[in-house]
Design a protein around this ligand. Structure first.
Ligand code: CTP
Length: 205
């Protein structure tokens, strides 16, 4: 099957030397790309800026911003059988990024932010009936309720939910997998490589 996987954070420019980003390491998305490739699937990985080695036998497309990630995902989505959005895409970007380095001024600085495209929601709207669409939900509160809301709102087949405290930047993670048909699978804390294999087993079952 053809897999399209996103991983890592995005960077949203404030000026030529500054950006807004998040703590995503990309490890979970890269582990899923590796696991899918080892199972013999054809994998395209769209990666934000990370410090991980490129997975073998995977076509990796490097992007920086949410807009670049959206373009790369939309270009490859029509062909994909399974799409897994593991990237921590910025929800907002500076509305007016400066072309010159900003100089400090006395007093406060207020940055105006605008929404980025919700890539996963767009994919959900245009989903083929035979396509499997999987999202992630990193939460600090009401894990199951928030994840279920995202599964329904974004028209997903599966959502992988994790507590932020357990997941960001670490080698291990625990996941709660929720399916649109009501199935609920708990994957206890494990190395992300192990977890990725178990997650694919569940989704492909
Ligand atoms: N996502 C995306 N595009 C965005 C933001 C998020 O495709 N601009 C995807 C992520 O890759 C992830 C899922 O959406 O698979 C969950 O993202 P999240 O930002 O937590 O969901 P929201 O519905 O935006 O909810 P909230 O910000 O209220 O938690």
């Amino acid at each position: 099957m053809k897999f399209l996987i996103s991983a890592g954070p995005t960077r949203e420019k404030i000026d030529p030397v500054r950006f807004i980003t998040n703590f995503s390491s990309g490890r979970m998305g890269y582990a899923i790309a590796n696991a899918a490739s080892c199972l013999g699937h054809e994998v395209t990985l769209v990666s934000g800026p990370v410090t991980l080695p490129e997975p073998e036998n995977v076509r990796t497309i490097h992007v920086e911003s949410a807009a670049e990630m959206a373009a790369a995902i939309h270009a490859n989505a029509p062909d994909a059988d399974v799409i897994i959005m593991a990237a921590a895409v910025a929800d907002y970007r500076p509305a007016n990024p400066e072309t010159h380095k900003m100089k400090k001024m006395p007093g406060e600085l207020v940055l105006k932010l605008e929404r980025t495209e919700d890539i996963l929601a767009s994919l959900g709207k245009n989903k083929r009936a035979d396509q499997i669409l999987v999202g992630f939900a990193a939460e600090t509160d009401d894990l199951e309720q928030n994840a279920l809301g995202k599964l329904q709102r974004k028209n997903l087949d599966w959502i992988a939910a994790n507590w932020v405290a357990d997941g960001f930047g670490t080698d291990t993670n625990a996941l709660l997998l929720l399916c649109r048909d009501g199935r609920k699978v708990i994957l206890p804390s494990a190395e992300k490589a192990v977890l990725a294999g178990k997650m694919l087993d569940t989704i492909l079952s």
